[in-house]
Write a protein that binds this ligand. Structure first.
Ligand code: NAD
Ligand code: 89V
Length: 343
């Protein structure tokens, strides 16, 4: 690998703008080409970010560019073909969430990448938000004792449908779009899960899938967590895109409230600290927290490539998260607590 890693971004749509701005903030990376089926989007991205090459033909991209990695901020139904193509060229891949429409698709991509020994990471950015890194450090230092209970809550009525109109028509909507972030976060903070109970709701009319869900998870360490998330929750001011968090342990409690305020209750007193995202020229409220975490996710991918280690949210690791997603949808249909597949 050269000292500046040469990357390409395939997909120049809505969220890719954050990926492109993020790569720009990483000094030891150069995005040398962009690609979109819509050539105007590829051309506009190349112009905006000063990228030398653009194309609407992903085969031509791999045939003509010498790449150290490829980034795929495209929607999930495109991932399997694009990952297969990158793997066939031995190019490491970072791919946006949702990884695939179902667990079987995730498994096929992981098998392909493993057989070819090509690094594959899922761009799961919530766990890279500073406030959750701080929470994890407090847990790992043992300040809360043994974890017993948690709640991760993400509720908003933001108009998600204007920026992401495809969400109107997906049958697996809310758990796939936002629940997946919280499932990954629950694993990150509380460890692996052996049971999932889920109830879904469709509150907005005219959409194909659920826009709210409530999950109860039982963890291997004995903790119980509740995950609730909704795109139909009216609050003023709207808390988008913040996750409210409660973590209880035998020695203390950690709360994350609005504006990334983290309060630690232990030894008879509480202390509050604000954990802000990094200041960046291109981030805009209310998206700052998510936009900043994009860069930390990308940084992790590059560090892992350079150090030849598996990313925390590798394709292989993500199978556990998508196993929970399948268990959640199964539970919503059976009305029972379901055991996730964990192979
Ligand atoms: P989008 O539809 O705006 O953009 C996708 C782009 O990919 C389109 O321009 C499309 O033409 C292009 N594309 C598709 N297949 C292609 C191919 N084979 N070759 C070249 N280009 C191709 O989608 P979006 O709203 O930007 O979402 C992309 C993904 O990002 C989704 O999976 C979404 O869930 C995810 N997302 C993540 C976050 C986050 O916080 N992590 C936030 C928003 C969206
Ligand atoms: O796809 C997503 O992650 C978005 C969100 C608003 C949560 O960033 O829907």
């Amino acid at each position: 690998m050269t000292s500046r890693l040469r990357g390409a971004v395939v997909g120049c749509g809505f969220f890719a703008q954050n990926h492109l701005a993020g790569w720009n903030d990483i000094e030891d990376v150069e995005i040398v080409a962009v690609c979109d089926l819509d050539i105007e989007k590829a051309k506009a991205a190349a112009a905006k970010f000063g990228i030398a090459h653009y194309t609407d033909d992903v085969n031509a991209l791999f045939a003509t560019q010498k790449l150290d990695f490829v980034d795929l901020p495209t929607t999930m139904e495109t991932h399997e073909a694009l990952v297969a193509l990158a793997v066939s060229h031995q190019i490491p891949v970072i791919v946006q969430k949702p990884f695939a429409p179902d667990l079987a698709g995730c498994r096929r991509m992981v098998a392909l990448a493993q057989a070819a020994n090509v690094p594959l990471m899922v761009h799961e950015d919530f766990r890279f938000q500073h406030v959750f890194r701080a929470a994890k450090q407090i847990i790992d230092r043992g300040e809360l004792g043994e974890l017993t209970f948690g709640r991760l809550s993400w509720r908003t009525a933001i108009d998600v449908y204007s920026n992401q109109p495809y969400l109107i028509n997906v049958k697996r909507f809310m758990i796939m779009d936002v629940g997946i972030h919280l499932l990954d976060l629950a694993r990150f903070l509380f460890g692996e899960v052996d049971g999932v109970f889920c109830r879904t709701q469709q509150i907005k009319e005219g959409i194909a899938g659920e826009d709210a869900a409530t999950l109860l998870l039982t963890h291997d360490n004995g903790a119980t967590t509740v995950l609730d998330f909704s795109y139909a929750s009216r609050r003023y001011p709207d808390p988008f895109p913040q996750t409210g968090v409660e973590i209880e342990g035998t020695a203390g409690t950690l709360l994350i409230g609005l504006n990334q305020e983290l309060t630690l209750h232990k030894q008879g007193e509480s202390t509050l600290q604000k954990i802000a995202p990094d200041a960046r020229s291109w981030t805009r409220e209310p998206w700052t927290q998510i936009q900043d975490s994009v860069v930390h996710t990308q940084r992790h991918f590059i560090d892992c490539l350079r150090q030849h280690r598996e990313p925390d949210t590798s394709g292989r690791d993500s199978l556990l998260t998508y196993g929970l997603l399948e268990a959640a949808y199964l539970s919503a249909s059976t009305g029972r607590l379901e055991r996730p597949e964990r192979d």
